[in-house]
Design a protein around this ligand. Sequence first.
Ligand code: BG6
Length: 470
Amino acid sequence: MFYKDLKPFPEGFLWGASTSAYQVEGAWDEDGKGMSLQDLHEPPAGVTDFKVASDHYHHVEEDVALMAELGLKAYRFSISWSRVVPDGFGEPNEAGLAFYDRLIDALVAHGITPVATMFHFDLPLAVHERGGWANRESIDAFERYARLIFARYGDRVKHWLTINEQNVMVIHPNAMYPAAMGVLPEKRDLYQQSHNMFVASAKATLLLHQMWPDAKIGPAPNITAIYPATCDPADVVAADNWESIRCWNYLDVACFGRYNPIAWAYMVEKGVAPEFAPGDAELLAAAKPDYLGVNYYATATVAAARNDGTDCAPRAGDQQVMLGEEGVYRSATNEHLTATEYGWIIDPVGMRTTLRRVASRYGLPILITENGLGARDELTADGHVHDPYRIDYLRRHFEQAQLALTDGVDLIGYCPWSFMDLVSTHQGYGKRYGFVYVDRGEDDIRSLARIPKDSFAWYRHVIETNGAEL
Ligand code: BG6
């Protein structure tokens, strides 16, 4: 649709930026922190692990001062469950809790809205050792953890996100399970884990509403429009199937309190449908999110399955690469789109489509909780980091966000990934996303100095003009 006038970004729009605890904090074993699954990560030679990361734990005030200089209205971070409850189940760790007090207090002092994710891939190791999310005890542990952090931070944190990319943890389990652990859980276990995460999220949602009626909470899945490779109706059905299984199922359970019927039929067919305990269905139906976090990076294009043993491409995949599934869909190439140097499709218009679909289905406010470009940024001899490609990427996505707003989407904010350079889920420190460069290499910790990139100055101007000048 073409418009004569675009809607301006609304007053109070949450121009933000995102990170997650294990990818920035470092201090993996300090001040009583327990281990998380991510601390077992043994990357290939020449790629960093998560032990020091960006050392945000020791630079927190300096980092928040930079957020203020950038003009951020919101900062999305995650709380490390094993930092505040070292064994996941038991006693809280005061030093860990105090760290997030310092972070949140600094944000509030600078007028930056804290947006806290409760769980972002870093399951406490002790919870994993007792069966992880597959064990229903983890639901109670998560509820206790929720009560602890809501009580501690709820006076200052009014925007919460339950679980980051639950769908990615099912479809690409290596997002949560380090390769060092060997065999990944079976698909049936993953769907049971996911069910228990739904129940845990529902309990947290009900609890927050009871403890802090003025606070908001929602999920943060990785959502993307899935395109059919052609207008062959068989390709259209395949795209619809995969969109339901990969995306809608996770928002349907959160918003409608029931599984997506197409995804459920798939789970039954594959023998992976989860078991419900008594009371689960009622809990899921009772908990209602206030808004939706959407992590958007790339669309995917799929074709009808052939079911001849060739549907699933034999290649490594990460969260944005669709591998295909025998008898369900095949991955296809979209000749209209290009990709990043890491093979992630670049599709700003696809973000508009994705936002429109989410808005039409659920009618809730949407916060973009992640979107950004991973690149091998270089600190040049002039002491700067010139990242025009990131500016171009974000500008094109912001334009589409404004079109989505004009389309009627209730978009309340936009938190690009990431505020500062951090360790990527699989590709170490070389793949950088930040507005702020951090002076470190893979194995070489260097000065850890923070250096604003060219995109920092550009984004500051965007925020200053509330998106009027992109
Ligand atoms: C999202 C995750 O899937 O993508 C982040 O929520 C992640 O944790 C981001 O860092 C970018 O992915 P990657 O693999 O490039 O780090």
